[in-house]
Design a protein around this ligand. Structure first.
Ligand SMILES: [Zn+2]
Length: 155
């Protein structure tokens, strides 16, 4: 299977998902040329704004492999991952992300991920949502607990 073939499969998943009531996105996780998981966009049926196809595929791959790391795996997505999914890909330590449609195609299709990419580069004072730090005295307590826990699992 080539990148092209895996992407065709991701795109076919995305198209089929529309007919099933979901969003037009599909993704796959592949390791050593073998399919590990599939993901489809489940935002509206699950009432879960984080249920993007890539996140669903990552969650299923981790469950299938019994590991929180997807080192050695590649994510194939029908569309360029949004900032949340790129972050999820980095956190899951995927080796690579390969996509078909880009952010401009997504915008043309009614999904303007580009606006979020732009927002992340802009001053937070211009955001439509407040993001503010409060300098709480106990703010480092969770990290003290973490660093003091010899049984912790680093990730
Ligand atoms: Zn996403």
């Amino acid at each position: 299977m080539t990148d092209h073939t895996w992407l065709e499969r991701a795109v076919a998943l995305a198209v089929a998902n529309v007919a099933a009531g979901g969003g037009p996105f599909g993704a796959l996780v592949v390791r050593d040329g073998e399919l590990v998981s599939e993901g489809i966009n489940r935002v509206t049926p699950d009432l879960d704004p984080t249920a993007h196809a890539e996140v669903v595929a990552i969650r299923r791959a981790c469950a299938a492999l019994g590991d929180f790391s997807l080192e050695g795996c590649t994510l194939y997505s029908s569309c360029e991952p949004c900032p949340m999914c790129v972050s999820a890909s980095l956190w899951s330590r995927l080796d690579a992300v390969v996509y078909a449609a880009d952010r401009d195609d997504a915008a043309r299709g009614g999904f303007d991920d580009r606006a979020i990419y732009d927002l992340l580069g802009a001053d937070r004072a211009t955001w439509p949502m407040t993001v503010a730090a409060v300098p709480l005295g106990e703010r480092f307590a969770p990290f003290e607990a973490w660093l003091g826990n010899d049984a912790r699992t680093p990730y």
